[in-house]
Design a binder for this molecule. Structure first.
Ligand code: ZN
Length: 243
């Protein structure tokens, strides 16, 4: 994954198309409406004789992004602002527009998920892609949930038995420690970030770290390089054997 695309959470980026996975999204159509609060602020400034309007206006926007390869559309909605500021001794003011997306339909793929990943894990990770823009804590929680499903799919039990034969619940940390297919630290770190989500102290950087570690771990568990290279070999043989 490329963290630099996601860290600023703005629209000024080369997002990959979620339909074809090959093209990039370009702004195709844009509409905005000033928020009622921002309108009121402008009106108050006018009535007080302080000027024509505030130096910053806030808007709700919605936009269509179009893929440069498959031409499919993605809807984006969010909040934007226009600010006027003076730089140095400039007499002419400069304008700054900020677009902060809160929703993409369909969701953008922040990491790639190997095709052999079980559906329940895929769906939870896709849900986290939607939450990333609107609520990072819920997003981190959703990533944590995907880890529980991953442990289920890898047959790591949710319950243990004590020496008296009594069943007890195994928490996610204990389950991850039992998982021996890869260094358990990789996923335990993701779990810690998910916990931060629960405590509402998560940050974009941590969420992106969690995604990076999750992507790498899923690749180790579900991505079969042998299959990939066999497909490449089949394609070459098909193309070149009769030449
Ligand atoms: Zn596309």
């Amino acid at each position: 994954m490329r963290k630099d695309i996601w860290i600023d959470k703005d629209l000024d980026n080369y997002f990959q198309c979620p339909h074809c996975g090959k093209g990039f999204l370009q702004l195709d159509d844009y509409k905005e409406i000033q928020t009622p609060q921002s309108k009121r602020e402008d009106e108050e400034i006018r009535q007080d004789g302080m000027g024509a309007a505030s130096n910053v206006q806030f808007y709700y926007f919605w936009a269509y992004l179009k893929c440069n390869k498959c031409n499919e559309l993605v809807l984006c909605a969010g909040e934007s602002s226009d600010s006027i500021y003076f730089e140095g001794n400039d007499e002419e003011p400069s304008k700054l527009q900020l677009l902060i997306p809160k929703l993409f339909i369909p969701a953008l793929d922040i990491i790639s998920i190997p095709s052999k990943t079980p559906q329940i894990i895929k769906e939870e990770i896709k849900k986290s892609f939607e939450l990333f823009w609107i609520n990072e804590s819920s997003c981190a929680n959703s990533i944590r949930k995907a880890l529980e499903f991953l442990m289920d799919e890898q047959n790591i039990p949710r319950k243990g038995t004590d020496k008296n034969g009594k069943e007890y619940r195994l928490d996610l940390h204990k389950r991850l420690e039992q998982f021996k297919k890869l260094d358990s630290k990789l996923l335990i770190a993701v779990k810690y970030i998910g916990n931060e989500g629960t405590h509402n102290q998560t940050t974009t950087n941590y969420v992106l770290d969690a995604y990076e570690l999750l992507e790498y771990s899923l690749e180790l568990i579900y991505f079969d390089k042998h299959d990939k290279y066999l497909n490449t070999a089949d394609k070459i043989i098909d193309e070149l054997k009769n030449k």
